[in-house]
Design a protein around this ligand. Structure first.
Ligand SMILES: Cc1cc2nc3c(=O)[nH]c(=O)nc-3n(C[C@H](O)[C@H](O)[C@H](O)COP(=O)(O)OP(=O)(O)OC[C@H]3O[C@@H](n4cnc5c(N)ncnc54)[C@H](O)[C@@H]3O)c2cc1C
Length: 281
């Protein structure tokens, strides 16, 4: 069996305590031999320095680190500087995004969509970076239609993306259907499912209402039943997510990308149960 590619996503911590906790989380997750750790980028560049610092710390520990870059509200010159900076530091992988449109009066910047960012990165830096982009098996909340969203995804791949990571979902059929449609359109880059462990129902509902990821009715109602009993909710959530991962891998998903929220415990218990072969197998 080929070992699925595992990767973990972090957000850049704000405090010394958060930095120390993330180091511990990373240490625990290293046992799963991830291909890379990625670090998110706040809308409009709000975490630019912290993303860079976190990425460099991960790289300094000997792991591959992939910064996310979002282009909305940025100028070409700002993105050019950022790319140069990462290139100088030896970073070889990026997660290239449009980013969520910031609220309030903010300049639109030089880029409207992620495909423009991918083209710009290729124009400026050739093949230096492996570029990952976002994919939406349940479709992006602003998409005018499912088919238009697929065409937009194709445009990012055609612009030079090497691979994609999906928004999270709990219905494996959404992923398999999406993969089938991608195949029909001739999109043949690896599309790795993004996996969101279930930590907290209120938080998950909030995320889902913003990003358009569906929490199926049966799951929502079961999670609601746990109320404040977080230990039982997490145990049940880990069962659900383990089952999802098993179905995805059995159905041919090339890997799993975990949205860690900077925590290792639930993810380790999920991965333990998946019994993945060692890297050398
Ligand atoms: C794996 C992953 C990681 C993420 N990391 C971050 C992060 O670090 N920081 C952050 O701020 N956000 C992050 N996000 C969220 C992401 O920025 C939002 O979902 C954002 O709203 C869309 O970004 P995108 O790159 O998918 O945009 P795009 O691919 O540009 O798509 C955005 C919308 O525009 C439509 N569209 C695309 N091109 C065109 C066009 N030419 N004409 C008309 N419509 C078009 C698409 O159909 C879609 O509805 C992440 C999402 C994922 C899945």
């Amino acid at each position: 069996m080929t070992r699925p590619v595992i990767s973990f996503e972090f957000f850049p911590p704000k405090t010394q305590e958060g930095i120390a906790k993330l180091r511990e989380t990373r240490q625990q997750l290293t046992q799963w031999q991830p291909k890379f750790f990625s670090v998110t980028f706040g809308a409009g560049g709000s975490t630019r320095d912290r993303t860079m610092e976190t990425v460099l710390e991960i790289q300094g520990e000997g792991h591959e680190a992939a910064p996310h870059i979002s282009c909305i509200s940025s100028s070409k010159e700002e993105i050019r500087q950022l790319l140069q900076n990462y290139r100088t530091k030896g970073i070889r992988r990026l997660v290239a995004l449009r980013g969520d449109i910031p609220s309030g009066e903010v300049s639109a910047g030089d880029f409207r969509y992620a495909n423009e960012l991918v083209s710009f990165i290729r124009r400026e830096t050739g093949d230096w970076f492996e570029i990952e982009v976002a994919a939406y098996p349940e479709f992006h909340p602003e998409a005018v239609s499912a088919s238009a969203d697929l065409q937009r995804f194709k445009a990012k791949v055609d612009a030079g993306a090497n691979a994609a990571i999906t928004q999270y979902f709990y219905n494996p059929d959404a992923y398999f259907q999406f993969m089938h449609q991608c195949e029909t359109l001739g999109i043949n880059v690896p599309i790795v499912p993004g996996i969101m462990p279930i930590y907290n129902f209120t938080q998950l509902s909030r995320f889902s209402s913003v990003c358009g990821a569906d929490i199926p009715r049966w799951l929502r109602l079961r999670l609601q039943d746990y109320g404040d009993d977080m230990a039982s909710l997490r145990a049940f959530g880990a069962d659900v997510v383990t089952d999802l991962c098993e179905q995805l891998l059995a159905g041919g998903a090339p890997g799993l990308h975990f949205y860690t929220l900077n925590q290792a415990g639930i993810i380790s218990s999920i991965l333990q149960r998946l019994s993945l072969p060692k890297v050398a197998d």
